[in-house]
Ligand binder design. Sequence first.
Ligand SMILES: Cc1ncc(Cn2c(C)c(CCOP(=O)(O)OP(=O)(O)O)sc2=O)c(N)n1
Length: 570
Amino acid sequence: EASGAQEATIDGFHLVIDALKLNDIDTIFGLPGIPITDLTRMAQAEGLRVISFRHEQHAGNAAAAAGFLTQKPGICLTVSAPGFLNGLTALANATTNCFPMILISGSSEREIVDLQQGDYEEMDQLAIAKPLCKAAFRVLHAEDIGVGIARAIRSAVSGRPGGVYLDLPAKLFAQTMDAEAGRRSLIKVIDPAPRQIPAPDAVKRALDLLKRAKKPLILLGKGAAYAQADADIRALVEKTGIPYLPMSMAKGLLPDTHAQSAAAARSYVLQEADVVMLVGARLNWLLSHGKGKTWGQDKGAKQFIQIDIAPTEIDSNVAIAAPVIGDIGSCVAALLAGVDAKWAKPPAEWTGAIAERKDKNLSKMAVTLAARPSPMNFHSALSVIRDQVKARPDAIVVNEGANTLDFARSIVDMYEPRKRLDVGTWGIMGIGMGFAVAAAVVTDKPVIAIEGDSAFGFSGMEVETICRYNLPICIVVFNNNGVYRGTDVNASGTPDVAPTVFVKNARYDKLMEAFGGVGVNATTADELQKALAEAVASRRPTLINAVIDETAGTESGRITSLNPSTAKKK
Ligand SMILES: Cc1ncc(Cn2c(C)c(CCOP(=O)(O)OP(=O)(O)O)sc2=O)c(N)n1
């Protein structure tokens, strides 16, 4: 009505949309289909941004990355059963990585599912989701939509963030209720991620341990990046003078070129440190579970301080001498308050020994990075990207692969927080395009996706999505003709190629051209440098097919030892 009179009733579709908007959620990553196609149209009509993907796993990965970057739960919307299942991988990965996201899936009617009467895309989705995520809820009545969305948001971001499943049966959307009652039923979540203040005695215990340390080390995990307590974290490192190691997604909390970064002497400091403070990092497989030769088991016991929001994480792998439980922002602030001007910096023997090893290793790396072999290898191609990121520290790097991942982690320095998104705790392939789309949509910054050729293949069809929304994403495919490398042979004599080998000299750049983006085939470092610089400056969707020496890779890169056959040889 031109008079703007309020409608008498409101339907389930609009209650969901209004509940999301009420909680400052402005973007949905999804894939339309029964029963949620109309929801995508209505959400767009009501001002939400709806980013539509070609596979639900990548929409889910985008939602997870959006959650990590914004501290607000990313929303992934899928159809029932197969669409829901495709989103589950991203939901489980988000939960493993403590990224806040909500997977909202349409579902079949309870009365048919519970009697297993064979509905269209019938599946008991709530039961299947529960073990794979932090929390799972179903809403059956329109008047409960406000509670359902509020519970999902609070579960996703409070405490240890993670993935939440919200099951919305098809019939819910068409339900209507009095418009005013509907508006009153919606909940604006107050303080969804409440600060959790650490106990003063826990803070004192940790500071006392650090003060007594002869070889202290601070380990920054992706939880520290997620916390957005950047200034305090930097101040804690700099005021204590303690060397630090960033895990891959914590790179950039302090610039990787920082004098206190021990990354270039990682093996030495893990072996030698006597007190290690973990900030948003877990002692899982990525840190050899805090024991064994990585940690210099024969060099005397180490003492760990662990800052974590989950008390049950403490002692998960080794004894923690000083647990500090709370949100990272509150814990770091409390520790910082205890570091006064009289704080004694670590002994010069310790910082000097680190500096000596760093300088030696960085000098060696500089020689390797300066080389310009033909064809390119991982190092020469990554040295080009390293220079581009140094010139544009605001760009966001997405990274996956094996060798492409491992070498990029140490070669491509990051200068700002939350500028590197990668395979995380699981080491999962396929996050590339979903993470890249989220980074571009959420930040509007240029994105450089550094992709192994196998890794890119998991989400490559989303190149069309990237072109459709004209996102400033430059994909660099490290094309070495296969998984890890391209030289394996099929010893059986049958005509099939080896399981790890791809079509030789494929032209991934043509894929981008197919959808109107810029495709470049780079056979030299100079060609790569030129194409990358143009892509970042133009903000045009670009795919650079970087031709890499097919013999250059190592099976499984840095984690080759996890292969059972390799382990057997030990
Ligand atoms: C979903 C999924 N499938 C398979 C793997 C196993 N895998 C696979 C298939 C990788 C790809 C390595 O090949 P690439 O071409 O992407 O990388 P490089 O050429 O840089 O070694 S790395 C890795 O751990 C995985 N981690 N995740």
